[in-house]
Design a protein around this ligand. Structure first.
Ligand SMILES: N[C@@H](CCC(=O)N[C@@H](CS)C(=O)NCC(=O)O)C(=O)O
Length: 225
């Protein structure tokens, strides 16, 4: 039988989406937890370019970058497809998934890292403008993928837990229920899926991790001033 290993860290939203995909497909895999403060020789060997998790290793062949991994998984194990058959729908899922990382994850992280002030207010508004585009995408649908979860649901899957933790640690509210009712509803539906709920990190561990990371980022900013 093919050997599948996932080099990952529990607190990473990029790793979570890969784990969800493997579980959705029913692929057996070995989970190898890495320590990003002291990266393993295996991680450095298999992802020498970015030195980041997640890395999927299939029969000794490494694949890095979470979206590349998701597509690889979808093409290798055909059951429960993540991407639609239709080329346009596939293109749109890829477009919005990239948007999720480039604008929403990054925007929320930047806003969370800023201390109170004019710049933080602007960063919050900008992140909310990005989330508003996603709100339009999910309006009237149960999942981004339609009746079943798909590629874009896994991409946006960080929202229910990770965004919520970033909001708490960053002292801000981005996804308020009145402004984003459809995303709220989607987040509730998404978290009700047993395989998703069963493979998320404990909230208190994530809070500790984000407290440490955001304090560190703020200390860097203070030292630069
Ligand atoms: N674009 C990458 C992002 C992966 C990423 O940023 N991973 C973080 C953990 S959340 C990492 O490994 N960081 C280690 C480092 O930057 O040195 C993906 O989608 O896989």
């Amino acid at each position: 039988m093919a050997e599948v290993k996932l080099i990952a860290t529990t607190q990473s939203l990029f790793c979570a989406r890969v784990e969800w995909a493997l579980k959705l497909k029913g692929v057996e895999y070995e989970y190898l937890e890495d320590d990003l403060r002291n990266k393993s020789p295996l991680l450095l060997k298999y992802n020498p370019v970015h030195k980041k998790v997640p890395v999927l290793v299939h029969d000794g062949k490494p694949i890095a970058e979470s979206y590349v991994i998701l597509e690889y998984i979808d093409e290798t194990w055909k059951q429960n497809p993540l991407l639609a058959q239709d080329p346009y729908e596939r293109a749109m899922a890829r477009f919005w998934a990239r948007f999720v990382d480039d604008k929403c994850v990054l925007g929320a992280w930047q806003a969370a890292c800023l201390a109170e002030g004019e710049e933080k207010i602007k960063a919050i508004e900008s992140a909310q403008e990005s989330l508003a585009f996603l709100e339009k995408q999910i309006e009237g649908k149960k999942y981004f993928g339609g009746e079943e979860i798909g590629f874009l649901d896994l991409a946006a899957g960080w929202i229910p837990l990770w965004l919520n933790v970033m909001e708490e640690v960053g002292g801000m509210k981005l996804l308020d229920a009145e402004r984003f009712p459809f995303l709220h509803e989607w987040a509730r539906n998404f978290m009700e899926i047993p395989l998703i709920r069963e493979s998320i990190p404990p909230r208190d561990k994530l809070l500790d991790y984000f407290h440490a990371s955001i304090s560190y980022m703020r200390s860097l900013a203070t030292n630069i001033q």
